[in-house]
Every structure is written in structure tokens, then in C-alpha cells.
Design a protein around this ligand. Structure first.
Ligand SMILES: Cc1cc2nc3c(=O)[nH]c(=O)nc-3n(C[C@H](O)[C@H](O)[C@H](O)COP(=O)(O)OP(=O)(O)OC[C@H]3O[C@@H](n4cnc5c(N)ncnc54)[C@H](O)[C@@H]3O)c2cc1C
Length: 214
């Protein structure tokens, strides 16, 4: 693992933050993740890359799990502190030109929006629809990067989203073309449920890609 210095920490909510880290030429394909470890410790965790392929820094979007082993420590990190990085890893890679029909549906819960942030930063002219499921509106992390008409915020606890309810409830209300390529990222419960809804609507299994966080 190589050591990389933290450049900046951006706190988005009380529990969620973005770590901007020296890239040091680390190559990655948008959608991949890196493994982070604090020097001198043994615990390490995976994080999707949040920044774009062209950025000269690396960013990750992290939600603190208060009972967690790693995230409370990551949250306390300051510019100049070092992290060990391994990677990139993963098969949730995104290269739109590989698809004959470039029509994309991105489904994310919580920090599962991270790879889609990277997709859109990397490819500015995408034909996509992003559905982001959170509990409260304040968890609509840095939505300004997405075109307004291409993103739907689903809030399951407060009633301030574009849709009040879970992302899977929203999905049930939607009509989808069968040639849509669907990318799912976040908690496993959402991914299993969304998979069933999508296939039930006629989306072929080969058009569904997923990244499970926990
Ligand atoms: C491929 C991959 C990519 C990932 N990318 C990201 C990412 O970009 N951003 C991110 O915040 N996390 C991401 N994760 C989750 C991350 O690796 C850690 O599991 C998470 O940060 C918790 O670490 P911890 O040591 O603090 O908690 P732990 O001590 O490992 O876990 C405590 C408990 O919290 C649960 N948990 C884990 N993540 C969450 C969460 N986000 N919300 C609620 N409960 C959770 C676990 O199931 C576990 O039971 C990713 C996981 C994988 C496998």
C-alpha cells in the first residue's frame, strides 16, 4: 500500500464527508473502488472513487458509522495526515461507449451515489437518469453536479424529496425501456429488491450491474 496525504476534508452533513487525497498518478476507471487504511493500523475498508478520471486528486465520500471501527477515525482526519491506499479494484467500471444504446439508469442509496458522481464528472454528456434514495433531504450530497432534470431525490423519512418514499417504491411507478442499462449501488436490501423490480419490468439480467456496500 502506498501513502497518500489528505489534501482537504469537506464535511457535507454531521456524519458524511469527502476526503480529498493526493492522487500521485493512481490510475482508475470510473466506478472502481480503493482500499483505505490508516498507517499503523490493520483495519482497512473499501471506498468507491467519488472524483472523476481526469481529476488530479482522488476523492471518496464517506458516511460515519458511529459504532464502526474505521469511519469515526477517518472523520477526524485533517489535511496533511496520511492514508495508505491499495487499488484500484472492482468490476463496477463504467465506459459508456461500450454500449450500443447509451441510455442509463443509476440507482443509489446514501453514499452509494459516489460512483455515479464519478461517472458524471468523467463523462459530461451522458444520457442518464439518477434516482437517489436517502432518509432526509440534507443527505442529497452535492447534487449540483447532476443536471436537475436527470435526478430524482427519494426521501423516506422527511417529506421534502421529489418523491416521498423508498427508491424501490419510486421504481415501481416508472416505465422503463428494455434497452436501459441499469447500475445499482448501495445497501444490499435495495439492490436485491430493485433487481426483482427491474427484471419484473422486462429489463434483461445482462443489463443490470451492481455494487453492494453492506
Ligand atoms: C466495494 C465497496 C465500496 C464501498 N464504498 C463506500 C463508499 O464510497 N462510501 C461509504 O461510506 N462506504 C462505502 N463502503 C462501505 C465501507 O467499506 C465500510 O464498510 C463502511 O465505511 C463502514 O466502515 P466502519 O469500519 O466504520 O464500520 P464497520 O465496523 O465495518 O461496520 C459496522 C456496521 O455498519 C454497517 N455499515 C457499513 N456501511 C454502512 C453505511 N454506509 N451505512 C450504515 N451502515 C453501514 C456494516 O454492515 C456493519 O454491520 C463500501 C463497501 C464496499 C464493499
Amino acid at each position: 500500500m502506498k501513502k497518500h496525504k489528505i489534501i482537504a476534508v469537506r464535511h457535507l452533513t454531521k456524519s458524511t464527508f469527502v476526503l480529498r487525497i493526493e492522487r500521485k498518478g493512481l490510475p482508475f476507471q470510473t466506478g472502481q473502488f480503493v482500499i483505505l487504511r490508516r498507517p499503523g493500523t490493520i483495519e482497512q475498508r473499501e471506498y468507491s472513487v467519488y472524483s472523476g478520471e481526469q481529476d488530479d486528486y482522488l476523492e471518496v465520500l464517506v458516511r460515519e458509522v458511529t459504532s464502526g471501527k474505521v469511519t469515526p477515525r477517518l472523520k477526524k482526519m485533517k489535511p496533511g495526515d496520511e492514508l495508505e491506499i491499495d487499488g484500484p479494484h472492482g468490476f463496477f467500471r463504467f465506459q459508456p461507449t461500450l454500449f450500443p444504446v447509451q441510455k442509463f439508469l443509476f440507482l443509489a442509496t446514501g453514499t452509494g451515489i459516489s460512483p455515479f458522481h464519478s461517472f458524471v464528472k468523467t463523462y459530461s454528456e451522458l444520457n442518464y437518469k439518477l434516482v437517489h434514495g436517502v432518509r432526509f433531504r440534507e443527505e442529497a450530497y452535492e447534487h449540483q453536479i447532476f443536471e436537475k432534470q436527470k435526478i430524482t431525490l427519494c426521501t423516506s423519512v422527511d417529506k421534502t424529496g421529489d418523491f416521498n418514499g423508498r427508491i424501490t417504491d419510486y421504481l415501481c411507478t416508472q416505465e422503463l425501456d428494455n434497452d436501459t442499462q441499469c447500475f445499482l449501488c448501495g445497501n444490499s436490501a435495495m439492490i436485491y429488491e430493485a433487481f426483482d423490480i427491474l427484471t419484473g419490468k422486462g429489463i434483461p439480467v445482462r443489463n443490470i450491474y451492481s455494487e453492494v456496500y453492506f
